[in-house]
Design a binder for this molecule. Structure first.
Ligand code: SF4
Ligand code: SF4
Length: 79
C-alpha cells in the first residue's frame, strides 16, 4: 500500500526522547544513529516511509513540537 503521508523532523527541536518512535503504530520512525543534530542528539527520522499513514500521532506526542506531518491528499495535516 502506498504511503499516505510523510513527516519532517526539525532537528533544531528534536531531543531524541523517542516518544514518536515508540508511539508510531506502523514503526515508521527510529533515531538516526549516524547523525547528530546541532545540539548533539540523534534525531528521529523515517526508516519505513512507505508505511506512514499520516495519522499525526507522532506529532501529537512530541513534547518539543519537532514534527510536521504532511499528507499526500492535503498539503499539511492538522495537529
Ligand atoms: S504520521 Fe502516523 S504513521 Fe506516520 S510516522 Fe507519524 S505516527 Fe507514524
Ligand atoms: S518525539 Fe520529538 S523530540 Fe522526541 S524523538 Fe521524536 S521528534 Fe525528537
Amino acid at each position: 500500500m502506498p504511503a499516505k503521508g510523510y513527516v519532517e523532523v526539525n532537528e533544531l527541536y528534536c531531543k531524541a526522547c523517542e516518544l514518536c518512535v515508540t508511539d508510531c503504530p506502523h514503526d515508521v520512525l527510529a533515531l538516526d544513529l549516524d547523525h547528530l543534530t546541532p545540539t548533539g542528539y540523534h534525531p528521529a527520522h523515517m526508516v519505513n516511509p512507505e508505511a506512514c499513514t499520516g495519522c499525526v500521532i507522532c506529532a501529537n506526542v512530541c513534547p518539543d513540537a519537532a514534527i510536521t506531518v504532511y499528507r499526500y491528499d492535503q498539503q499539511k495535516a492538522e495537529v
